[in-house]
Design a protein around this ligand. Structure first.
Ligand code: AMP
Ligand code: MG
Length: 208
C-alpha cells in the first residue's frame, strides 16, 4: 500500500496524519469527524474553542463547505488558490462545531503542495489541519521537526521535504462586508489589496 493510501485509511478511521503544505506542516484529521477533531485538539494541547483551518483538495469543493461566498472571496480564490490564503466564510451545515470552535464561520484553504493535494484528492473530504506543533510552539517546516515535536502521538507523517514558504497562510475574513486580514502570512496585504482593487484593513478577531 502506498504512503498516501495508508494515510487515507488512517484518516477515514479517525486517525491523525501530519502532511506537508507549502506554508508549514499540518496535523490533519477528518474535518467531518468530531471524535478525530477532539483527538487533534488533545494532541496539540489546543483550546477547544480555537477554530482550525479546513483544507480542501479543489476549488470546486468550496461551495460544499461555505454557505455563501461573496464576490470578493470568489475573486481571491480565482487568483490565489491553490495557495497560501485562508478565507473565513459563513460555514455550511456539514461543518462540525469542533472545527470552528462553535463559530458560525469556517476557515478554508486549498494548499499548493503536490503531496497535500494528492492526499486531499484521495481522501475526498476536508482535512482540519492546524500546524503540526504543540500549542504555543513554532510551526514545523520539515517532517523531522514534526517527528521531534509530536513523535508517537501522530499515526503517520508524510514527508514532502521542506516547506517552500515556511510561514503560515494569510487569513482574510470575508464575512463582514469589506474583507479584512486577520493574519498576514504567505501572501502580503499589498497583494490582497491589488487583487481586490482596494486598501485592506489588518486586524480583528482571529483566535490564535
Ligand atoms: P493554525 O491552524 O495553527 O495555522 O491556526 C489557524 C488560525 O486560523 C488561527 O489563528 C485561527 O484563529 C484562525 N481561524 C480559523 N478559522 C477561523 C474562523 N472561522 N474565524 C477566525 N479565525 C479563524
Ligand atoms: Mg499554528
Amino acid at each position: 500500500m502506498s504512503e498516501v493510501a495508508r494515510a487515507v485509511a488512517t484518516l477515514r478511521d479517525g486517525g491523525l496524519v501530519a502532511f506537508p503544505t507549502e506554508t508549514v506542516y499540518g496535523l490533519g484529521a477528518d474535518a467531518a469527524n468530531s471524535e478525530a477533531l477532539a483527538r487533534l485538539f488533545a494532541v496539540k494541547g489546543r483550546p477547544r474553542e480555537h477554530p482550525v483551518i479546513v483544507h480542501l483538495g479543489a476549488v470546486e469543493d468550496l461551495d460544499a463547505w461555505a454557505r455563501t461566498v461573496p464576490t470578493s472571496a470568489r475573486r481571491l480564490v480565482e487568483v490565489c488558490w491553490p495557495g497560501a490564503l485562508t478565507l473565513v466564510l459563513e460555514r455550511a451545515d456539514r461543518v462540525p462545531d469542533a472545527a470552528t470552535g462553535g463559530l458560525d464561520t469556517v476557515g478554508l484553504r486549498v494548499p499548493a503542495h503536490p503531496l497535500a493535494l494528492e492526499l486531499l484528492g484521495a481522501f475526498g473530504g476536508g482535512l482540519a489541519a492546524p500546524s503540526a506543533n504543540r500549542f504555543g510552539r513554532v510551526s514545523p517546516t520539515t517532517a523531522a521537526a514534526v517527528a521531534a515535536e509530536l513523535g508517537s502521538e501522530v499515526d503517520q507523517i508524510l514527508d514532502g521535504g521542506p516547506c517552500s514558504i515556511g510561514v503560515e497562510s494569510t487569513i482574510v475574513d470575508c464575512t463582514h462586508g469589506a474583507p479584512r486580514i486577520l493574519r498576514e502570512g504567505g501572501i502580503s496585504r499589498e497583494r490582497i489589496g491589488e487583487i481586490l482593487g482596494r486598501e485592506i484593513d489588518v486586524g480583528g478577531a482571529t483566535r490564535a
